[in-house]
Design a protein around this ligand. Structure first.
Ligand code: 0A1
Ligand code: ZN
Length: 873
């Protein structure tokens, strides 16, 4: 296997382009024949090099003439034809073995269904082609297969016809009117159930909508269908974007490496992100499905119509599309709560990535495996970069920029620079410095100093930025950082600002735009010291170093007009307290809980005016993932002691109040899917989880009753997870019952794996997980099984890094077992080792031993190798 890196600086525009291609698939049980007939046109002089991997070439013809073996050359990764005309028909026939394809890229089989996954570089496993996004082509496709086994034959674009061939086989003809790069090609053939609906676009065109799933499961697809219609409407209303085909299809597949894929007109989804009803899916599942369906739909413009010049530009479509799905979710639910959730995910995952051995810029400059680009940095930080652009130019300005982007680039393959120019030019903004967000990795740190000059009535805010070194980037240039802010008076009233350095965007938001390394903002005309609220709405993906007084933090927590910051202050206070408690735990001292923090939690619980969904967020303590970033040393036991001690103290002080909340909302509208009811359930289930930390038999009876009486999956899962993490006598029975009830439903049984892999109180998790890998319900070739058991365990910071076990060895064994079959899935497990540099010496030694063992395997995939070897440098 080739191991070398590819570089952005080596980009060259393609030497050939393909105006149209006809793909002819002949599907059989033990082989598949593909004939690709392309109209090829030369753009630059030179030989023709086509990408292709693991293919059996049957024949190659140019203008109908078969080439002899001496007229071309085949390597492991390419088919090279030194001499070709300037414009010609290329016909290539290949043979594949989809039934043996375990990598789940290219053409493969899942539960008897043929399907494809071509992003990023899977098309080269179907035929020899210019497998790069800047070659955009018109596709026509025919699919021939057994009629009884594969009644449904799908591809991109318009259905032309289906012919019965009379011999038990049939053949479907598809034509996509839009040019596309080959990573957006898709094919599905199988025996599937379907639900149908229509959507009428803003110009009155009727679009047929279809969602396919395994027979018998299609009734669980209605939520996905509703989500699709909401997304189509939202994109028309917010961005003026109308769907551009007559059909839109979604297919749910059980074996899928990622979440879902935006193939033109034919999205293929991991069934986990399609199938849902209240018996089988939690409120969180419903929410995820809505946002992923939206995400894939939004790609139709941001990704498909305007696509990427090269894979280094991946965030051009992913960052932008995540931003669009986050905005959609905010409009569908509660903007403030949605922002809190998005930032929590960013901090837990992306900030950790940016601080670890695999930190990379939003627009990377090099890589070994393109598939490793599908990271939280490309997606979530990429979205934050777009959000900052919107914050700087305001919503109206951003819409103007998006219109300009489509006007300039519809039908093209472009770069992140093109996007930034389209947003900045019509708004007369200079994004030269801003573009550093694309090129520099690492999470910037902004320190905040306040000073009130009573004599002059001036309040000075000094901001200073820095950014820690990251791999390949020891020093950084200053970023352009928009910090949304406000000042409050003693009564909590928003003060009008007199400061000539403040910019007010078109939405009326006040911004301190930090561009220098250090800047002071002077606010005048103040009679008394105001309270500063900064980084409202988390307007930039930075770490604030702000030694605000405890009084100010408590004041903001109660009074800030920005709901994100109210909750952020609760997190900050929780974190300060945790830091002290972790120190005490490490010094083997008694852990001291702060009374003021507890009383404040009591007040929050009692606050009738607070929205329940928001209250649930206020009560959440900083996660282990956040602690791991804030602390210099990852001391799993100390983290666990600090967090459980504080949770117990809160529960003990508020037992009656928590029970009141539980009783108020439990059992109310158990089947409702209104966001408001989701909020009520989130709050009462959180109350129950706090109470369960008391290990009080009376409470465990309530938990057990909730498990057995549950009328929806949210309640059932909450109870089962609590029981799974307890030594309650009810534990085994509930787990057994859940398994019996759902053992034939892989989407649901994954929840059962995760509940057991993520327990923190239970010390024998490693043994549990080991046993579960041998359980009949666990199949190591199914990505969802691997993610829900193994990856979930790898992310269980407390037990994965428990010094009394050697989880690392077991985990490395599993990576090595999966890697030869499915490198993408193996690579996704490697992130568990990102914290190695924070481990204590003995643990670090153990982890490094395993990493070295894995890297020493010569056949290790470049995917896993790239991610693991960086931990060694
Ligand atoms: N483009 C898809 C995600 C995706 C990425 C890679 C895949 O296989 C390697 C599959 C899907 C999205 O953003 O939804
Ligand atoms: Zn995407």
């Amino acid at each position: 296997m080739k191991q070398e890196k590819i570089y952005l600086k080596d980009y060259k525009s393609p030497a050939f382009t393909v105006d149209s291609v006809n793909l002819d698939f002949n599907l059989n049980e033990d082989f598949c024949r593909v004939v690709a007939k392309s109209q090829v046109r030369r753009v630059h002089p030179g030989e023709m090099r086509l990408n292709g991997e693991e293919l059996k070439l049957i024949s190659i013809k140019i203008n109908g003439q078969q080439l002899n073996a001496d007229q071309y050359q085949i390597t492991e990764e390419e088919l090279i034809v030194p001499s070709v005309p300037d414009s010609f028909t290329l016909e290539i026939e290949t043979e594949l073995q989809p039934q043996n394809n375990t990598s789940l890229e290219g053409l493969y089989k899942s539960n008897g269904i043929f399907c494809t996954q071509c992003e990023a570089q899977g098309f080269r496993k179907i035929t020899y082609f210019f497998d790069r996004p800047d070659v955009m082509t018109s596709y026509s496709v025919t699919i021939e297969a057994d009629k009884a086994k594969y009644p449904v034959l799908l591809s991109n674009g318009d259905r032309i016809k289906i012919e019965d061939l009379g011999n038990g086989r049939h053949k479907a003809f598809w034509q996509d009117p839009h040019k596309k790069p080959c990573y957006l090609f898709a094919l599905v053939a199988g025996d599937l159930g379907v639900i149908r609906d229509t959507f009428t676009t803003m110009n009155g065109r009727k679009v047929n909508l279809e969602v396919y799933a395994a027979h018998g499961k299609q009734e669980r697809c209605w939520h996905a269908m509703d989500s699709l219609k909401k997304s189509m409407k939202w994109d028309e209303e917010v961005f003026g974007l109308e769907y551009d085909l007559n059909d839109y299809m979604i297919v749910a597949i059980d074996d899928f490496n990622a979440g879902a894929m935006e193939n033109k007109g034919l999205n293929i989804f991991n069934s986990r992100l399609v199938l849902a009803d209240s018996n089988s899916a939690t409120d969180v599942d419903f929410h995820s499905i809505e946002s992923v369906v939206a995400h894939e739909y939004f790609h139709n413009y941001t990704g498909n119509r305007v696509t990427l010049r090269d894979w280094f530009q991946l965030s051009l479509k992913e960052g932008l599309t995540v931003f669009r799905d986050q905005e959609f979710s905010a409009d569908m639910t509660d903007r403030g709560v949605q922002r809190i959730e998005d930032v929590d995910a960013l901090r837990a995952g992306q900030f950790a990535e940016d601080a670890g051995p695999n930190a990379h810029p939003v627009r990377p400059e090099s890589c070994m495996a393109v598939d490793n680009f599908f990271t939280m940095t490309i997606y979530e930080k990429g979205s934050e970069v777009i959000r900052m652009m919107q914050t700087i130019v305001g919503r109206k300005g951003f819409r103007k920029g998006m219109d300009e982007y489509f006007k300039r680039h519809d039908g093209q393959a472009v770069t992140t620079e093109d996007f930034a120019a389209a947003i900045s030019n019509p708004n007369n903004k200079d994004f030269t410095q801003f573009r550093r967000w694309y090129n520099q990795s690492g999470t910037p740190v902004v320190s905040v100093q306040e000073n009130f000059d009573a004599a002059k009535g001036e309040f000075h805010v000094t901001l200073e930025q820095s950014c820690p070194p990251t791999p390949g980037q020891p020093t950084k240039e200053p970023f352009h950082i928009p910090l949304m802010m406000g000042l409050l008076d003693k009564s909590g009233k928003e003060l009008s600002l007199s400061c000539d350095k403040i910019t007010v965007n078109t939405d009326g938001k006040n911004l301190m735009e930090l561009k220098e390394q250090k800047e002071t903002f002077v606010f005048k005309g103040l009679k008394e010291r105001p309270v500063l609220s900064v980084l409202r709405e988390f307007s930039a993906p930075v770490n604030l170093r702000w030694e605000a007084s405890e009084n100010d933090l408590y004041f903001l927590m109660q009074n800030d007009t920005d709901s994100f910051n109210r909750r952020e202050m609760a997190q900050k206070l929780g974190l300060r307290l945790f830091k002290k408690m972790i120190q005490q735990a490490r010094a083997k001292e008694t852990l001291k809980v702060d009374d003021r923090f507890i009383t404040t939690m009591t007040a929050i619980l009692a606050d009738e005016s607070m929205d329940p969904a928001f209250k649930a967020k206020m009560l959440q303590l900083p996660s282990y993932a956040v602690l791991a970033q804030e602390e210099a040393v990852l001391d799993a036991e100390a983290f666990y002691q600090a967090r459980t001690t504080l949770r117990k103290a809160i529960a003990a002080a508020n037992r009656a109040q928590l029970l009141n909340i539980y009783r108020k909302y439990h059992g109310v509208e158990p089947k409702s899917r209104e966001p408001k009811v989701f909020g009520h359930r989130a709050l009462k289930n959180q109350a129950l989880a706090y109470l369960a930390d008391l290990h009080d038999p009376e409470i465990m009876e309530i938990v057990n009753k909730q498990y057995w009486d549950a009328q929806n999956m949210t309640d059932r899962m909450t109870a089962m997870s609590i029981l799974a993490d307890s030594d309650s006598a009810h534990r085994e029975k509930a787990l057994q019952n859940f398994y019996e009830e759902w053992k034939n439903d892989s989407v649901v049984i994954n929840k059962w794996f995760t509940a057991q892999a993520t327990t923190t109180s239970r010390k024998q998790v490693l043994e549990d997980v080991k046993a579960l890998t041998k359980h009949p319900a666990f199949n190591i070739t199914n990505p969802n099984n691997v993610y829900s058991l193994l990856r979930a365990f790898g992310a269980n910071l407390v037990r994965f890094n428990d010094p009394n076990t050697n989880a690392y060895e077991f985990y490395a064994d599993k990576i090595l077992e999966i890697d030869p079959k499915n490198p993408q899935v193996a690579a996704r497990l490697c992130a568990a080792f990102n914290f190695v540099s924070k481990l204590e010496p003995a643990m670090k030694e153990k982890a490094l031993t395993q990493i070295k063992r894995m890297v020493a395997v010569e056949s290790l995939s470049k995917n896993s190798r790239e991610l693991l070897q960086s931990a060694l440098t």
